[in-house]
Design a protein around this ligand. Structure first.
Ligand SMILES: Cc1cc2nc3c(=O)[nH]c(=O)nc-3n(C[C@H](O)[C@H](O)[C@H](O)COP(=O)(O)OP(=O)(O)OC[C@H]3O[C@@H](n4cnc5c(N)ncnc54)[C@H](O)[C@@H]3O)c2cc1C
Length: 383
């Protein structure tokens, strides 16, 4: 068993771990990233790719998302492989009067917080998206909402990091992690022992299992989301879309009756397939799809684009969102465990927030202080 050293060791090769590896490598910091399976083999490979600004809470959450969207534009130019970034704009559609009132209030707050967003009535909405149901009452629209292919993004970030000197080890599981009073001692894999002055834990829903080896309990719980994929279709939807009910379910914390969340998210990929998502369920580590979950999504989607009733569904899958009790990620150092940085718990926002997360963690390590304060995302807020 060989001893290997680096400045920083990252555990987890999803979008968060690979973005962190990329931004650290840009700062000329020596990085090793361990991924137990394939890159993006966890939640980052079982999700939508929406960079949706309208779904973020006003304040720090929105500020981070705005910055992250700008970083995606740069990454689309900088990275050695396409991330299929498309700045299409996004709609939150309203089906009821209640949706209308709630959305109107949130649009005003988001405008005051610097987001370019407006309300469209049903006529303007149909002029923009003619395949939507005429029963919809309208939508809010932001030209900044965008879309990316999350698997391509994680792979391109890893390739970009590698080109700058990082070592990316897929198929390499961190099996054991030990500490001393000064810091992390060793991370052991089947083949080797790794030592680094800083370990970044970016293992998504598996973060608590690893943190427990260090005596820590980050409250990250898997929240399942199921997705349907249609056959490739002619253009039906030009923009990214969420229903107002979907947004409501995102911020509901209880495991309600039926356990399905409600509402729908939609995006049409470059190849013409529509991704229709997604439930919000607390079902442990179970990544299976269910007939009732898929039916709920299909029904909600056909209510928004009636032509979907007759299309073929070619695939379904489920992923596990790393949920925290307040809906925000856990980012930064953990005072009781020197040498450890947590970067996990992004729930349904990990794709949108990956670049800013990677950049802030790199700033924390390289400069000591990140350009956006991370206090609101601290581990201690739960303890
Ligand atoms: C249905 C669904 C739809 C979504 N839609 C969106 C969306 O439109 N926009 C958005 O912003 N977000 C969305 N999300 C959320 C987003 O997918 C997640 O927040 C994000 O993928 C989390 O990334 P991560 O890198 O933290 O975790 P992961 O992608 O799970 O990466 C963690 C990695 O750590 C590895 N790992 C675990 N343990 C070890 C170990 N011991 N050693 C080495 N490696 C280990 C895992 O194999 C895994 O690859 C969605 C999620 C779901 C489920």
């Amino acid at each position: 068993m060989a001893n290997k050293t680096s400045d920083v060791l990252i555990i987890g090769g999803g979008v968060i771990g690979t973005a962190t590896a990329y931004y650290l490598s840009r700062r000329k910091i020596r990085v090793v990233l361990l991924e137990k399976g394939e890159l993006a083999g966890g939640t980052s490979g079982a999700c939508d790719g929406l960079i949706f600004l309208q779904s973020k809470k006003s304040g720090l959450h929105l500020q981070m998302a705005l910055k992250s969207q700008q970083l995606y534009q740069e990454l689309a130019e900088q990275l050695p492989r396409s991330i299929h970034y498309q700045n299409k704009g996004g709609l939150v559609v309203m089906e009821t009067e209640q949706d209308f009132k709630a959305l109107q209030a949130s649009v005003h707050t988001q405008q005051a917080n610097g987001l370019e967003v407006d309300i469209l009535d049903s006529r303007d909405l149909l002029a923009m998206e003619p395949h939507l149901s005429p029963k919809l009452l309208g939508a809010s629209f932001s030209p900044l909402d965008s879309q990316v292919n999350p698997i391509a993004a994680a792979q391109a970030l890893a390739l970009g990091a590698q080109a700058l000197g990082a070592t990316i080890l897929a198929g390499t599981e961190a099996l054991d992690i030990t500490r001393t009073s000064q810091g992390i001692d060793t991370v052991r894999t089947r083949q080797d022992r790794f030592q680094a002055s800083i370990v970044v834990l970016a293992a998504g829903v598996q973060t608590p299992a690893i943190a427990r080896m260090l005596g820590l309990e980050p409250p990250i719980t898997p929240r399942r989301g199921q997705i349907l994929v249609t056959e490739s279709l002619p253009p039906l939807l030009g923009r990214c879309l969420l229903s107002a009910r979907y947004l409501h379910a995102k911020y509901q914390t209880e495991n309600g009756a039926g356990n399905q969340g409600g509402g729908v998210s939609m995006e049409q990929s470059e190849s013409g397939n529509l991704l229709l998502g997604s439930t919000r369920e607390f079902a442990g580590m179970n990544r299976r799809t269910t007939l009732s979950g898929l039916q709920t999504i299909a029904r909600a989607a056909a209510g928004i684009i009636p032509a979907l009733r007759d299309v073929q569904v070619i695939r379904s899958f489920a992923g596990l969102r790393p949920y925290t009790p307040d809906g925000f990620p856990i980012l930064g150092r953990v005072p009781e465990c020197p040498g450890l940085i947590l970067a996990a718990g992004h729930e349904g926002d990990g794709i949108a927030l990956a670049p800013i997360t990677g950049r802030l963690i790199a700033e924390l390590i390289a400069d000591g202080v990140p350009s956006i304060p991370l206090d609101a995302f601290s581990y201690e807020r739960f303890h």
